[in-house]
Design a protein around this ligand. Structure first.
Ligand code: FEO
Length: 417
């Protein structure tokens, strides 16, 4: 009787399992390579500070060969659905390897859960990875250490490991599948924006991703231009057929464009255009920004973006500063300092060590000016090409200041060429 009951229970569970798994559609990207990542449309702020208006994906990939290997995991809130996806692909097989390309918790967050389900899994990483795995998750066993160009055969697929420190953390590495020419690139070549339906670039309107890719790169990896350049050079003569990043589309049809974009951004190469970023309490500094933008237009500059720093989240401003060569910052004097929102932007620029900008500045004050001097000092510190015309107004903007604003606009336009 008990046997019959248990059998019935098993049957119900089995049917439920089959049904449940059959509702998941797994994307096959190449022979034996599956996408098992997830979309996050819940989180408002990435790293608790960068808005995600279109969401973000945490990408993970599973290779099912004679041996099975998972490349990176996902943010912990999604670990349950993530593991169900993995089990649906594995169909009862075990997971032999977990390759950890990057330890930031948006990718390493589910390592403990993976180890709980697959206790014998070998975790593949470098010495720095393992220090972080112990520090974050207390894991010290079943570690398979790799160094530059080490290989791991899964059967048909042979994985090669390339160390790419500081793209985006010190332990970061990439995994190259020599068999298919697939580069599992970690954060590199990643983008904000959830994958709405498609996963491969050929299945998506990729035009939707370029701005979010720049915002992602500039805010997260932006400081590490040199390490990104080194990584790009390591793959200069390698035939890459597919790039599987940890965020955003899998690149197959747009590989050259994606690499070129990362190359330009990591060299801090800006397009012809100007960002005017200002703070303003009562609209006086704002009026200066407005007049300046008009003059820039008169001098033939078409790409002009004006940002009110009290309204626009700084991540969008930073993204535009990476996009354009020209930058003009305006600030009122506030308690003998820069306006706090301007100060905050300068810190974000400094943190990312943004290079090669043509720079102008302006400001206003009520009883004693300090902002313009500080803005000048910032341009010098950044070693930028600083315009010689500084514009400073006491209280409301008056017509006699227009000539100076025009001169600043003219100088900027001429330097842009
Ligand atoms: Fe998407 Fe540096 O983590």
């Amino acid at each position: 009787m008990l046997y019959a009951k248990n059998r019935q229970l098993f049957k119900v569970q089995f049917i439920f399992t089959i049904y449940y798994f059959s509702t998941m559609r797994m994307k096959k990207l190449a022979d034996e390579i599956y996408y098992v990542g997830v979309n996050d449309r819940h989180t408002h702020l990435f790293e608790n500070m960068l808005p995600l208006p279109y969401g973000v994906s945490y990408n993970s990939y599973l290779i099912v060969d004679e041996k099975t290997a998972l490349i990176d995991t996902v943010e912990i809130s999604y670990s349950e659905i993530f593991i169900e996806k993995i089990q649906a692909v594995l169909q009862g097989r075990t997971l032999d390897y977990l390759v950890v390309n990057h330890m930031e918790p948006d990718h390493s967050g589910s390592i403990k859960q993976i180890k709980r389900i697959f206790p014998d899994v070998q975790i593949v990483g470098n010495a720095k990875t393992f220090g972080m795995i112990e520090g974050y998750y207390g894991i010290t066993d079943n570690l398979h250490e790799v160094k530059e160009k080490d290989k791991l055969s899964l059967g048909k697929h042979v994985l090669e490991f390339i160390m790419t420190p500081m793209v985006h953390w010190p332990e970061t590495m990439m995994t190259f599948d020599l068999t298919t020419g697939t580069l599992f690139s970690g954060d590199a070549f990643g983008s904000f924006r959830a994958l709405d339906g498609g996963v491969l670039d050929s299945e998506l309107n990729v035009g939707d991703f370029w701005e979010e890719m720049r915002r992602y790169y500039s805010n997260i990896v932006g400081k590490y231009g040199n390490p990104v350049q080194k990584a790009i050079h390591k793959f200069a003569n390698v035939q890459i057929n597919m790039i599987c990043s940890t965020h955003g589309p899998v690149w197959k049809e747009n590989i050259a464009q994606v690499i070129s974009m990362y190359d330009k951004m990591s060299r801090y190469e800006g397009e012809n255009g100007v960002v005017i970023a200002y703070g303003s309490m009562y609209g006086n500094t704002e009026q200066m920004a407005e007049v300046l933008a008009n003059y820039l237009s008169d001098y033939g500059v078409k790409n002009i973006v004006v940002h009110n720093l009290s309204r626009t989240n700084a991540s969008f401003v930073i993204s535009d500063i990476f996009k354009y060569k020209g930058l003009i910052i305006g600030s009122p004097t506030y308690s003998n300092e820069l306006y706090p929102e301007v100060s905050s932007l300068l810190m974000k620029i400094d943190t990312r060590d943004i290079k090669n900008r043509i720079y102008g500045y302006f400001g206003s004050f009520t009883w004693a000016g300090a902002a313009v001097k500080k803005l000048h000092a910032f341009g010098e510190k950044m070693d930028w090409d600083v315009c010689s015309t500084a514009v400073e107004e006491k209280q409301a903007l008056k017509p006699e200041r227009f000539a100076e604003l025009e001169q600043l606009a003219k100088e900027m336009a001429e330097k842009l060429g």
